[in-house]
Ligand binder design. Structure first.
Ligand SMILES: [Zn+2]
Length: 503
C-alpha cells in the first residue's frame, strides 16, 4: 500500500473542498488515502466488494460469457441492474429502441446484431470431377442457396476465380484457411453489403493441385445450400454526468470487456473457460469504480463506464461503439482500459508461462508512450502521490512481437485519436484456459489497481487541461487512424446512423 500521508491541511490549500469533506468523514477507515491524490471516494473500492462481484461473473453458471450467449446476457443484465441502482444514466440503445421487457435496464445496453451463415451442403466440380465440403474445401460469404457455373481463371498466383464472362462468381484461395470466430458469428454491420463480395472458397491441397493442373477455361460448377442465423450481443454503458456545466460535455471513458471464451476444449476435465482474470477482473474493477464515482462527489467532467462484448472475437464491442457511438467521439478525452488486472506472480514462481506476469505491486501500462506524453505525465503524477504501483512500460510500444498494444479494446479508441492507457497484468499459466478462476485472483492487487485507475480518472475528469495526442505517432497507429476515418465515411453513407445522443 501507499506510503504518502499528507496532513489534512492540504485540503484547504487545494482545489476540491467537497472532496476533502468527504475524506474527512471517511478517513478513519483508511487514513493512508489522501483525497487530493486518490480522489474523494477511493475507500469505496475494496477487495471484499470485488471478490463478491467476481465470484458471480466468473461462476460456471455464466458458462464463460461467450459472445453471443445467455451467460454473457446474464452478466450484462447483472451490471445494468447494479448501475440502475447506483442512479447512473444509461448510455446504450436510444430510448424506446431497446427491449421494452427490460424496463429500467434497457437504456444501459447497446445492442449489436450478429449473423452467421450455416452451410448445410456444398459441392464443387471441376470438369466433372467432384470435390466435397469439409474434406476438400470450405466456403464463406454465402448466406442462402446458390448455384454458379463458369470458367476457371487465375487472377493471381494464390487465387483462382470462377468467372462468367467478366463477372467473378467465386474466388478460390489456395494456402492457409482463415480461422472463423469461435461462434461462427460476425457483426452484421461489419460485413460487406450482400452481393458486393463473391463467395470465398478455401481449397485444400488436393483441390488446389487439381485447379493448378487444369486449363484456364475449365468448367467449374458450385452448388451451395445455406441459411443465415441471427443473434445479438451487447455492450453495457453507464454515464455519470459531470458537475461542471461546461466541462460535463467532455467524457472520460473507463472500459473493460465482459465477454470471454465460453465452453471449449476440456483441460483436466474442466471445459468452462471462466475468464476470472480475463476480463472478469477488469469488469469487476469497473463496477467498483462506477460505484465509487456514483456514491461520492461527481467530478467536473462526465464519465462513461463501458463494458464491451465480443472482445475475444476481434474487439467487436469497442469497434461497434467507436463506429456507431452514442457519445460524440470528439468529446472523449481519454480511455482507461482494464483487461486482466487481477493476477500476480507468487514469490518463487519459476513457471515459464508466468515469466512476464507482473508482481503484486506492479502493472503494465500500455499507450502513454505510444501516443500521449500528456497522459503519461498525469498518470505518473497521480501514481507518485499515492499508491506508487510499479508502472511497467515494457509493452508500451507498437513494435513488440506480442502486439499487446493491438490486443484489447483501447486500440479502437486509439484509432480514433483518443489518448489511452491499457492496464494489464501480463500473460500467465491460466491465460485462455479453464483454470482462469476467481480463487486465484490477488484481490488486494485488484484493489490497488482499481484505486489507481480511480485516482487517475478523478484527476483527468477534474484538471483544467485535457491530454493531447503526441504530434509524432508511430506509423501503424497513423494507419489505423486513417482506416477508422474511412470507415466512418463509409458507415455514414451506408447506415445513415443518428448522431450521438451524448455531447
Ligand atoms: Zn481480455
Amino acid at each position: 500500500m501507499s506510503a504518502l500521508k499528507r496532513p489534512h491541511l492540504a485540503c484547504f490549500a487545494g482545489l476540491a473542498l467537497a472532496a476533502c469533506l468527504a475524506w474527512a468523514a471517511a478517513s478513519p477507515a483508511d487514513p493512508a488515502l489522501n483525497p487530493l491524490i486518490a480522489g474523494p471516494n477511493a475507500i469505496a473500492i475494496t477487495s471484499n466488494y470485488m471478490r463478491d462481484v467476481l465470484f458471480f461473473l466468473s461462476s460456471d453458471t455464466l458458462a464463460g460469457r461467450m459472445t453471443p450467449s445467455t451467460g454473457l446476457d446474464t452478466a450484462a443484465l447483472y451490471l445494468a441492474s447494479n448501475l440502475a441502482q447506483l442512479g447512473l444514466e444509461g448510455g446504450g440503445d436510444a430510448p424506446g429502441t431497446g427491449d421494452p421487457k427490460l424496463g429500467p435496464l434497457a437504456p444501459f445496453l447497446l445492442h449489436f446484431a450478429l449473423a452467421r451463415s450455416q452451410i448445410s451442403s456444398a459441392r464443387l466440380s471441376l470438369d466433372g470431377r467432384s470435390f466435397n465440403l469439409g474434406t476438400d474445401f470450405t466456403i464463406t460469404g454465402v448466406d442462402a442457396d446458390r448455384h454458379a457455373s463458369g470458367q476457371l481463371a487465375f487472377p493471381s498466383g494464390e487465387t483462382a476465380a470462377l468467372m462468367d464472362g467478366n463477372d467473378v462468381l467465386a474466388l478460390i484461395h489456395g494456402g492457409a484457411q482463415p480461422r472463423p470466430p469461435r461462434s461462427g458469428y460476425h457483426v452484421e454491420r461489419f460485413l460487406p453489403l450482400a452481393g458486393s463480395v463473391p463467395p470465398q472458397v478455401y481449397a485444400g491441397a488436393g483441390l488446389w493441385e487439381a485447379l493448378r493442373k487444369a486449363q484456364p477455361g475449365a468448367v467449374i460448377d458450385l452448388t451451395v445450400s445455406a441459411s443465415t442465423q441471427h443473434a445479438q450481443a451487447e455492450d453495457v454503458i453507464a454515464i455519470l454526468p459531470g458537475s461542471d456545466p461546461v466541462l460535463r460535455h467532455q467524457y472520460l471513458v473507463i472500459s473493460a470487456h465482459l465477454d470471454h471464451l465460453g465452453v471449449g476444449k476440456p483441460v483436466d476435465g474442466d471445459a468452462i473457460y471462466n475468464g476470472a482474470d480475463d476480463d472478469g477482473s477488469g469488469s469487476t474493477a469497473l463496477l467498483a469504480l462506477a460505484r465509487a464515482y456514483a456514491t461520492g462527489p461527481p467530478p467536473r467532467r462526465s464519465i462513461a463506464f463501458i463494458w464491451h462484448a465480443g472482445e475475444e472475437e476481434g474487439l467487436w464491442g469497442s469497434e461497434y461503439f467507436t463506429r456507431f457511438p452514442t457519445i460524440a467521439l470528439p468529446g472523449i478525452i481519454t480511455d482507461l482500459n482494464m483487461d486482466m488486472v487481477g493476477r500476480s506472480k507468487p514469490a518463487g514462481d519459476t513457471n515459464a508461462a508466468d515469466a512476464r506476469l507482473t508482481s503484486a505491486d506492479e502493472i503494465y501500462v500500455i499507450g502513454p508512450e505510444v501516443s500521449s506524453s500528456d497522459l503519461e505525465h498525469t498518470m505518473d503524477a497521480v501514481n507518485a502521490g499515492d499508491y506508487r504501483l510499479q508502472l511497467n512500460h515494457y509493452y508500451d510500444r507498437t513494435d513488440d512481437p506480442e502486439q499487446i498494444f493491438y490486443r484489447s479494446d483501447h486500440f479502437n479508441y486509439a484509432a480514433q485519436g483518443i489518448p489511452i492507457i491499457f492496464f494489464f497484468d501480463g500473460v500467465h499459466r491460466d491465460y485462455h484456459r479453464p483454470g482462469d478462476e476467481p480463487q486465484k485472483i490477488d484481490y488486494h492487487k485488484m484493489q490497488e489497481v482499481a484505486r489507481t485507475v480511480y485516482a487517475i480518472g478523478w484527476r483527468l475528469a477534474n484538471q483544467a487541461a485535457v491530454p493531447k495526442i503526441n504530434a509524432a505517432l508511430p506509423a501503424p497507429l497513423v494507419k489505423a487512424m486513417t482506416w477508422a476515418r474511412q470507415q466512418h465515411t463509409a458507415d455514414a453513407a451506408r447506415f445513415h446512423p443518428p448522431p450521438p445522443r451524448f455531447h
